[in-house]
Design a protein around this ligand. Sequence first.
Ligand SMILES: Nc1ncnc2c1ncn2[C@@H]1O[C@H](COP(=O)(O)OP(=O)(O)O)[C@@H](O)[C@H]1O
Ligand SMILES: [Mg+2]
Length: 214
Amino acid sequence: MSIKPGRFISFEGGEGSGKSTQIKKIAAMIERNGIQVILSREPGGSKGGEEIRELLVTGDAGRWDGVTELLLLYAARNDHVEKIIKPAIAEGKWVLCDRFADSTMAYQGYGHELGRERIEQVHIASLGDFNPDLTIIIDIPVEVGLKRALARRDGEDRYENMDISFHQRMRDGYLDIANHAPDRVKVIDGNGEIDEVSERLQQQILATFPELEI
Ligand SMILES: Nc1ncnc2c1ncn2[C@@H]1O[C@H](COP(=O)(O)OP(=O)(O)O)[C@@H](O)[C@H]1O
Ligand SMILES: [Mg+2]
């Protein structure tokens, strides 16, 4: 008997938008459906990916120029996809990932202004047409997200230290990404209590995957 392939869902949004909080709740919901869930994150997610992550999240904000950063991110992503994500999906597991390729599009493409095309070319050169089945963007005003993220303080603050206009370009970029891929990418309002936001996410997951129950 052949195994039904799993699904791949990515969670996107600015710092403090609630990705790490919400992904755990959605993982629990999917597990209640008797499905095995793999929780992962980018950059990182695999042994090699995590090693590259260290280069990206520590040190000065100006440590890497935009193109070098782009290639490091896709090197980490390729390792993660080949070693972790694709094998898990083939085994029927659902992979939930805290950030994926749209983060690179938002940060490097829009934030660092490398442009959509540059990022798309690197994506296709490494991953071809591989993409999540569903991408959820948790949208929140930049100031609200940064306030939450600063209150959290975890040492990985290179991106959080960048100026407000960078974060604003990124937020606008995420909304533009959703406009370019409306079937795959859904924007969810991240304002309000954690449980309210979670309810919105669950409704979207159920709409995209009607085989699930809450
Ligand atoms: N809806 C919310 N309202 C208030 N605080 C929140 C909400 N969602 C998350 N937080 C808190 O804000 C901080 C950032 O949330 P987190 O999930 O880590 O965001 P991200 O992973 O997107 O950076 C955490 O301390 C978290 O507990
Ligand atoms: Mg997080």
